[in-house]
Design a protein. Structure first.
Lengths: 102, 502
């Protein structure tokens, strides 16, 4: 069985992370921003799992479980805010959130 | 985590449990509060219960001050420094709890969630200051930030609530994924998630993993720098400060900053990252940009909360100096100056935000409109001298005028930087403080200026203000005790020093 080198796993997670980050920066729809945030968190999960398997420790997987919990909590708050936004502005466009200036 | 399971000794001994007693009290209080809500929904009961939980935790925490450093499993380590920081956090939470009272009273609704989120926030900060492992750091970090998002957007009626809460959510989630990716990279190189892991040199030079290690370090620090609102990551700060309810802004300025800074310092000292030259360079540039940008941007602000947001950016820049010059000094001195500065910063911010909240609650129309501009300070001294005195003390302390705590804090930083020969940082600190005077002093002049009273309508409003500014008895006591704090600790900084050193 060939072992996938840690280096490759880290490259993969960096790419996934970059995709997620570009989504957060470039998307206009807040729902897609939340989804891109999930991609970023899952990219981190990949890195943890890879590192954990290289070091033969459970720590990486435990961290991944914690990250899953975080993602759920974050999306719960995010979706609640999204509903507020939809009610208030009748739209999910992020550009509407620009009342504060100075 | 695996090694805990393989240990034969019990997971949590009595000494360990007593070391994290304050955190346990808060956690237990949260569970009880949930049950309490199920039993009886009443504003008074839950407010009283939250107060008692925080107060008992504070008492337990103060009694721990003399305790020797205790390692509580791999995850937490309680020492005198973390206990002191947690005391600061609990005091800020108590003040914010009191100041939230009038905000929440205006509603028919019962605000159980507000108090629960407040307790969760304090628990997150408590875990953070005691953490000695990346897993507990992560848990505390998220507990703190997610409850803070809930609190920022708490007033649904407010104009800014959705905007500021969403901005804070997206940016804080991005920051935490940056931090997590950093931790993952560090872990993949060191193979150990605890703070005092050593970098195995063999792996460090292999397959370009060393690059990932440095990248990980940078990502990790940027995640935390976001929370501390250090310069290239500060964009959320003014908007969220402005849009959040005032007591929550108070929490963000004190609890979140103290907890994050303590954990950053702890982590950096334990890992000896500073031996890496690149890293030191990054931190130095962050500090310089923060000090200059924070102070310069604050000059143009008319909104009081935005101004304080920019001033907090500058203050975090000053604090970063402590971290940068650490390696040249003994660790005890580093901790002492960092914690003293944090204490000064917390007391000054609490004083100022108490006054902002009191000014805001005088007219119910502005209760949900979170804007409060510099003109609201006009003639404060003639309307309510004690409030004006507290405000002035806070401002002078932030500006670093002698005989205030802020001066002693800056003096510590300067003396430390001088020993380390960090002349550029010293020069920036002095320039930054000088610019700072240019917006702190006009605010003080404004407090002494004449009250604008042109029309009858205005005069009537003014009469109303004079009455309302009396505040109730607890608020009066709070104001006077903070005036005493500011004066006593400014003149006798030794009191706090002994607390930290013990």
């Amino acid at each position: 069985m060939t072992v996938i080198p840690l280096f490759h796993v880290l490259i993969l997670s960096t790419l996934l992370f970059a995709i997620g980050f570009i989504g957060v920066v470039a998307r206009k729809n807040t729902l897609f921003i939340l989804m891109s945030l999930e991609i970023m968190l899952n990219a981190v999960g990949v890195a943890f799992i890879g590192a954990g398997s290289v070091w033969q420790q459970a720590d990486g997987q435990v961290m991944f479980l914690l990250i899953l919990t975080l993602a759920a909590a974050e999306v719960a708050v995010g979706l609640a805010l999204l509903i507020r936004m939809q009610k208030k502005y009748r739209s999910l466009d992020i550009d509407l959130l620009n009342q504060m200036k100075g | 985590m695996m090694s805990i399971a393989s240990n034969s000794q019990p997971l949590l001994t009595m000494t360990m449990a007593s070391a994290i007693l304050p955190q346990l009290i808060i956690a237990f209080g949260i569970t009880l509060a949930l049950l309490l809500v199920a039993w009886k929904r009443s504003q008074r009961t839950i407010a009283l219960f939250t107060f008692l939980t925080l107060f008992i935790a504070l008492l337990a925490n103060v009694s721990l001050q003399a305790m020797p450093a205790t390692q509580v499993t791999q995850l937490l380590k309680v020492d005198g420094y973390s206990t002191f920081a947690f005391s600061l956090i609990l005091i800020s939470a108590l003040v914010a709890l009191r100041m939230s009272h009038s905000f929440l009273k205006a509603h028919v609704e019962v605000h159980d969630e507000y108090y629960l989120l407040l307790l969760l926030l304090v628990l997150g900060a408590g875990v953070l200051v005691a953490s000695d492992h990346f897993a507990s750091l992560f848990l505390g970090f998220e507990l703190l930030s997610i409850s803070l998002v809930g609190l920022v957007g708490y007033h649904r009626e407010s104009n800014y609530s959705v905007e500021s809460a969403f901005k804070y959510l997206v940016l804080s989630a991005t920051a935490s994924s940056f931090m997590l990716l950093g931790i993952a990279f560090i872990y993949s190189v060191t193979g150990d998630l605890s703070f005092n892991a050593t970098i195995p040199t063999a792996i460090y030079h292999q397959q370009g993993l060393g690059l990932f290690f440095q990248l990980g370090l940078l990502l990790f620090v940027s995640g935390i720098a976001f929370k501390l609102s250090i310069a290239p990551f500060h964009f959320w700060t003014p908007d969220v400060y402005q849009g959040a309810p005032t007591p929550i802004t108070m929490l963000m300025a004190t609890i979140s900053k103290v907890a994050m800074f303590v954990v950053l310092l702890k982590c950096i000292i334990a890992q000896r990252y500073l031996l890496l030259e690149n890293f030191q360079l990054f931190l130095t540039s962050f500090a310089v940009i923060s000090m200059l940008l924070g102070n310069v941007m604050a000059l143009q602000q008319q909104n009081l909360k935005r101004l304080l947001a920019y001033s907090s950016i500058a203050h975090m820049g000053y604090l970063l100096i402590v971290i940068i010059v650490t390696s040249a000094q003994s660790l005890a001195f580093t901790w002492q100056s960092a914690l003293f500065y944090l204490a000064a910063y917390t007391v000054a911010n609490l004083s100022i935000f108490i006054i902002i909240a009191l000014i805001q609650q005088q007219n119910t129309s502005s209760l949900y409109q979170e804007d409060i501009s510099l003109t609201d300070l006009q003639g404060l001294f003639w309307r309510a001298p004690s409030y004006a005195l507290l405000m002035i003390l806070g401002l002078l302390s932030l500006a670093g005028i002698p005989l205030t705590m802020g001066f002693i804090g800056k003096f510590y930083i300067l003396s430390q930087a001088t020993i380390a020969h960090a002349w550029w940082l010293i020069a920036t600190l002095i320039i930054g403080s000088a610019i700072g005077l240019a917006y702190y002093l006009p605010m003080i002049f404004k407090i002494f200026a004449d009250t604008p009273s042109d029309t009858l309508c205005d005069t009537q409003k003014m009469n109303g203000k004079v009455k309302a500014l009396g505040g109730d008895i607890i608020e009066q006591v709070l104001v006077y005790s903070f005036i005493t704090f500011g004066l006593v600790f400014g003149v006798l900084p030794e009191v706090i020093n002994q607390l930290i050193a013990s």
